[in-house]
Design a protein around this ligand. Structure first.
Ligand SMILES: [Zn+2]
Length: 474
């Protein structure tokens, strides 16, 4: 197998991947703060992690993939009032924080299932690891890296000499990026010091979730959970840590500082992988713009969630991707064509291979693995899949290769059956529209509708029993 290369945010370079204890690989992924619906932006990030995990697996590594669920301690941004996101979500929903956490965690994993994202080997909830977090805070206080104040226990970033160097950030510029614990944190020594343990005093006097600790009643800060839980399941040093690019400025430097300060071992994590954001219609996704789409929204418009996965794979994970409904329609259409060709290949006659064709097959396999091993180059990997389908190798060998590639791509190609080609709702709607136009004599417009249907991978056949949709052969 070719070596795997990953862009490590620590060095900002592509590095050869060498795990600490092969063939085992420890991988930690920052999970959801479960106070609201998972959207397609989450989808992109976790599909990216899923590809990484699958690439490691086809290369023969045994991946222990740990993901947290943040169900306490994550505060809202500076623009808001600095409540805990869970408490805010609960108020909005008129439910308890526990119910809200349960509901949205379920929604998150359901959404990821539909995108064919493998479930992590271990899912760790922050509220189920309070003792581990308290232990870690205690260690940091004992070693002089943290200090107690009337409102919270803080990490003292000036005691951790390397803090400014992490991910090439600058601490003096960080004041802007500091979360709003500052507002309630009048006893902080440095504005970028961050809370390890909040006390149920002042603005948090009525906080619903709270536990006993050596520093009084309270709840853990957001960052400490990831250090405590990743080290519990993967050891004090492990291979890969992933997250969104938004974690580069605060959350991940804080995790490194806490962990390395507590254990005295570095690096805490060898490879840090960060996913670029998904934009919608060229804009940042936000509730106020109404462009925060869920997987249900995708389905309601007649598209398959796997088409969304296909769309994600067409762009490299470190490049920004702009989502539009048109781009999803193209992805759906490409997916339909892909499925049809693979089904056709599946039914082909199995032939014995000439040595020339055998070489060709081996070459395809090699080029595919080189692409995905080269910092997860999924656009190139998809291109190789299409080349295979267009090539002159026997169709059953095309099928075998496609299934092998799909161990990485995760497009569900092995589960394809003839009946599984689902006609998208959008295509059905267009058929109805076309019928109305034809009945009204608007044939030009009707033809336009037919072309739109073709873009979705289907053609309309006018039969004596009315119009019928047929998958387009390429
Ligand atoms: Zn985290």
């Amino acid at each position: 197998m070719a070596d795997i290369y990953l862009t490590n945010s620590l060095s900002r370079k592509k590095e050869k991947f060498t795990p600490i204890n092969p063939p085992k690989v420890g991988m930690y992924t920052c999970g959801m703060t479960v106070y609201d619906y998972a959207h397609i932006g989450h989808g992109r990030k976790y599909v990216g992690d899923d590809i990484l995990r699958r690439v490691l697996a086809v290369n023969g590594f045994e991946v222990n993939h740990v993901q947290n669920i943040t169900d306490v301690g994550h505060l809202v941004s500076d623009a808001d009032e600095g409540e805990d996101k869970l408490e805010k979500g609960a108020k909005k929903a008129g439910k308890s924080v526990w119910e809200v956490a349960e509901f949205f965690a379920q929604h998150f994993y359901d959404s990821m299932d539909r995108l064919n994202v493998l479930r992590p080997t271990t899912i760790a909830k922050a509220t189920e690891h309070i003792n581990e977090q308290i232990e870690l805070v205690r260690k940091l206080i004992d070693k002089g890296f943290a200090y107690d104040t009337p409102e919270a226990v803080y990490f003292d970033i000036e005691k951790f000499a390397d803090y400014p160097k992490l991910f090439g950030q600058n601490v003096s510029e960080k004041k802007v990026g500091v979360r709003d614990e500052v507002k309630g944190g009048e006893h902080k020594k440095h504005p970028a010091d961050f809370a390890l343990w909040f006390k149920t005093v002042g603005r948090f006097a009525n906080h619903t979730m709270h536990w006993q600790s050596p520093w009084g009643d309270g709840f853990p800060g957001w960052h400490i959970e990831c250090s405590a839980m990743s080290m519990k399941y993967l050891g004090e040093q492990f291979d890969i840590h992933t997250g969104g690019e938004d974690h580069l400025s605060v959350h991940h430097p804080n995790e490194i500082a806490q962990s390395e300060a507590a254990t005295g071992k570095r690096p805490f994590v060898r490879y840090w992988i960060h996913h670029a954001f998904l934009k919608v219609d060229g804009k940042k996704m936000s509730k106020s713009l109404g462009n925060l789409y869920t997987i249900e929204d995708v389905e309601d418009k007649g598209y398959e969630p796997i088409a969304l996965r296909y769309l994600f794979l067409t762009t490299h994970y470190r490049d920004p991707l702009n989502f539009t409904w048109e781009s999803l329609a193209s992805a759906q259409s490409a997916l339909e064509k892909l499925k049809q060709q693979i089904l056709a290949a599946k039914d082909g006659e199995r032939k014995s291979l000439s040595s020339e064709k055998e070489e060709k097959i081996e070459k395809f396999r090699q080029v595919f693995i080189e692409a995905v091993n080269d910092d997860l180059n999924t656009p190139k990997a998809l291109a190789v899949l299409w080349q295979v389908l267009k090539s002159n190798i026997p169709s059953t060998d095309k099928y075998d290769l496609a299934l092998y590639f799909d161990e990485v791509l995760g497009l569900g190609l092995s589960e394809l059956t003839k009946t599984k080609i689902k006609i998208p709702m959008k295509a059905k709607e267009l058929v109805t529209k076309r019928e109305k136009l034809r009945a009204g004599g608007e044939f030009g417009e009707a033809d336009k509708a037919r072309n739109e249907i073709r873009k979705l991978g289907f053609d309309v056949e006018d039969t004596s029993k009315g119009p019928r949709l047929k998958a387009v052969k390429n």
